[in-house]
Write a protein that binds this ligand. Structure first.
Ligand SMILES: Nc1ncnc2c1ncn2[C@@H]1O[C@H](COP(=O)(O)OP(=O)(O)OP(=O)(O)O)[C@@H](O)[C@H]1O
Length: 387
């Protein structure tokens, strides 16, 4: 969708801002550009909407060389969100959001309807916020309006330069979550600049890690954290990259252990016998539909009077996570409930339990998969490895 072919930018004073960039952002993909200050991220982004012209190479959008496209027309196809947001102070939130459709000649009512829809999408009630002025909003709300405005004309491409940079960490995480949910729905092709590796990992389908003026690694968050391509990348992503990797590795059914399962209706004595037979100190309790009910200890089953069923003695299971959740979430739940394992469910159905040993194995598996899995077929074009 957006393709950089050996793109370079050299300023008249001799500064090389970027050099020989080659990579591609696929349709509907979110690529984050991350790196230290001054490494050329913003320059890269501004070359896409021709606010900066490259001095070598070319950029294609949908196969079309953008240097041949009228910049004004080009920018209509490209939403642009910047940190300072740049809302017009004397226009209401609704009118700010309707700016681009209005410029494009939409009828006023249609532009405003669209703006209201967009405000809703970014979590601002248009009835409440639409008539306010930017100064009557919090920083996070202003950022949201910035995103709504960039999406108003439904551009296929979105450029975002530190879009969540100006807010505190809690609001920032909230905005990131909301943005991810929204991106799931609208599937824009997004280039997002950040200097924060956590943000890059959290948001990116793939990440471009910049060194000085060039890309050191272009890959999935898991691969960048698991197998950094160069010592520079390893240092940039941080010594705690193993921990960060927990957030991008999903729990899979193969990662799970199968503990002894007892049923709510089963007599306590019989269940105790089964658990002892398997040398288990506890069992997972499922109801008749196979849904997770709780857990029960072998000793309490053994001590129960005649006529007691497993269901009478079962404890609620608080330590559970859905399959597909990141390992980090499972680890967090283990710590929160001081549990040696967590149940993993699919809807209500019990799939198995994740133990610390299995968690470690899962992490190992994903590191190995990324190390061998140079299944990244487009590698030759993805990486700028010839430097
Ligand atoms: N007009 C200009 N003339 C000369 N050098 C420039 C000009 N604009 C930018 N540069 C230089 O190009 C390099 C890349 O700048 P760029 O703004 O792309 O970096 P960045 O990675 O976005 O940094 P930051 O995270 O600090 O915004 C920097 O060294 C910068 O000083």
């Amino acid at each position: 969708m957006i393709r950089f072919e050996q793109v370079g930018k050299r300023y008249p004073d001799g500064t090389t801002a970027v050099d020989d960039l080659s990579f591609e952002v696929r349709e509907g993909e979110l690529v984050t550009l991350v790196g230290p200050s001054g490494c050329g991220k913003t320059t890269t982004m501004m070359m896409v909407n021709r606010l900066i012209e490259p001095t070598s190479g070319r950029i294609l959008i949908d196969g079309e060389d953008i240097s041949t496209v009228d910049p004004v027309k080009l920018r209509r196809r490209i939403g642009y969100v910047i940190q300072q947001v740049g809302l017009f102070p004397h226009r209401t939130v609704l009118d700010n959001t309707a700016t681009v459709p209005t410029l494009m000649g939409w009828k006023r009512t249609r532009a405003r309807e669209r703006a209201a829809e967009l405000l809703d999408l970014v979590g601002l009630d248009p009835a409440l916020f639409g008539s306010r002025y930017p100064e009557q909003l919090s920083g996070g709300q202003r950022q949201r309006v910035g995103v709504a405005r960039a999406l108003a004309a439904d551009p296929p491409v979105l450029l975002m330069d530190e879009p969540f940079g100006a807010v505190d960490p809690v609001v920032r995480e909230q905005l990131q979550d909301e943005f991810l949910r929204m991106q799931d729905a609208v599937r824009k092709t997004v280039l997002l600049v950040t200097h924060d590796i956590e943000e890059a990992v959290r948001l990116g389908d793939r990440i471009a890690v910049y060194g000085q003026g060039r890309i050191e690694q272009f890959d999935t968050p898991g691969a960048v954290l698991g197998t950094p391509a160069t010592p520079y990348v390893a240092e940039f992503v941080g010594a705690d990259r193993g921990l960060k990797r927990l957030s991008v590795t999903a729990i899979e059914p193969d990662d799970l252990e199968q503990p002894v399962v007892v049923r709510t209706g089963e007599p306590a004595g019989r269940a105790a016998g089964r658990l002892r037979g398997e040398d288990a100190r506890w069992g997972v309790v499922l109801d008749t539909d196979g849904d997770l009910h709780g857990w029960v200890g072998v000793d309490e089953l053994a001590l129960a009077g005649p006529g007691a069923t497993v269901g009478d003695l079962a404890h609620r299971m608080n330590a559970w996570v859905p399959v597909g959740a990141p390992l980090k979430q499972a680890f967090g739940v283990m710590l929160q409930h001081d549990a040696g394992w967590v149940a993993v469910i699919d809807g209500a159905r019990f799939l198995g339990v994740l133990t610390p040993a299995k968690l470690h194995e899962a992490l190992r598996r994903s590191v190995d998969a990324d190390a061998q899995g140079v299944a990244r077929d487009e590698v030759s074009f993805d990486s700028v490895s010839d430097v």
